[in-house]
Design a protein around this ligand. Structure first.
Ligand code: C5P
Length: 220
């Protein structure tokens, strides 16, 4: 079974995708991690992030792998565990450069489809989470979801995960990222055709997961 969950930052899709995958005994595919890993590699290499051909060259040379240890996602970049580093604020703030490039997306989309095919072979399916999963990467998915929530609630959730963060600053960053993700010319964040739209503003993660599960069960 192939399930996609798209939505903006802080909509609850990562946690929900993980919990849904656990409940269905399939794997969670966090595609944002591929954009983050490339952004981290480019920042470390000191590449000009506006130089698209340098980014395309780099994405062809790096090796990104994902796996789970004790239920936690582990992302490796050329063999180094970068699971924590890819969540840093400078990676979040700079990921739009790689996300805007058609050439980079072609490579990452092919990588995500390859990962998906492996997961179908291993566990019979996966829950892919990102911005373009139901619209571009897996348009024939069995069930598609689009999760959303108010900007204020999404900022509050991010602050709960990062106790040192400043709420107003996080809110501004979320608004900027929303704007960039939904207005870029290539694979913008949209509600995919046929997606079940869920507003998680007033829901906790258990309620979100239960609602996703009930849609998946009725689609089986
Ligand atoms: O989901 P996450 O916040 O980890 O994604 C980081 C960035 O990667 C997003 O802001 C977006 O620009 C990009 N992204 C994307 N397509 C995806 C997943 C993430 O463009 N499928």
């Amino acid at each position: 079974m192939i399930i996609t969950i798209d939505g903006p930052a802080g909509s609850g899709k990562s946690t929900a995708a993980k919990k849904l995958a656990e409940a269905l005994d399939i794997t969670h595919l966090d595609t944002g991690a591929t954009y983050r890993a490339l952004t981290l590699a480019a920042l470390r290499a000191g590449i000009d992030l506006e130089d698209e051909s340098a980014l395309i060259d780099m994405v062809g040379r790096i090796d990104i792998k994902m796996g789970y240890t004790d239920g936690n996602l582990r992302v490796t970049l050329d063999g180094e565990d970068v699971s924590r580093e890819i969540r840093a604020a400078d990676v979040s703030d700079n990921s739009h450069y790689v996300a805007c490039s058609v050439g980079v997306r072609d490579v990452l989309v092919a990588m995500q489809r390859r990962m998906g095919a492996e997961l179908v072979g291993e566990s019979g399916g996966f829950v892919a989470e990102g911005r373009d999963q139901g619209s571009v990467v897996f348009p024939d998915a069995d069930v598609k979801f689009y999760l959303d929530a108010s900007c204020e609630v999404r900022a509050r959730r991010r602050c709960d995960e990062m106790p040192d963060a400043d709420y107003e600053q996080v809110l501004r960053a979320i608004r900027t990222r929303d704007e960039r993700d939904s207005t870029r010319p290539v694979a913008p964040l949209i509600k995919p055709d046929g997606a079940v739209v869920i507003d998680t503003t007033d829901m906790n993660i258990e309620e979100v997961t239960a609602e996703l599960l009930s849609h998946v069960r009725s689609a089986k």
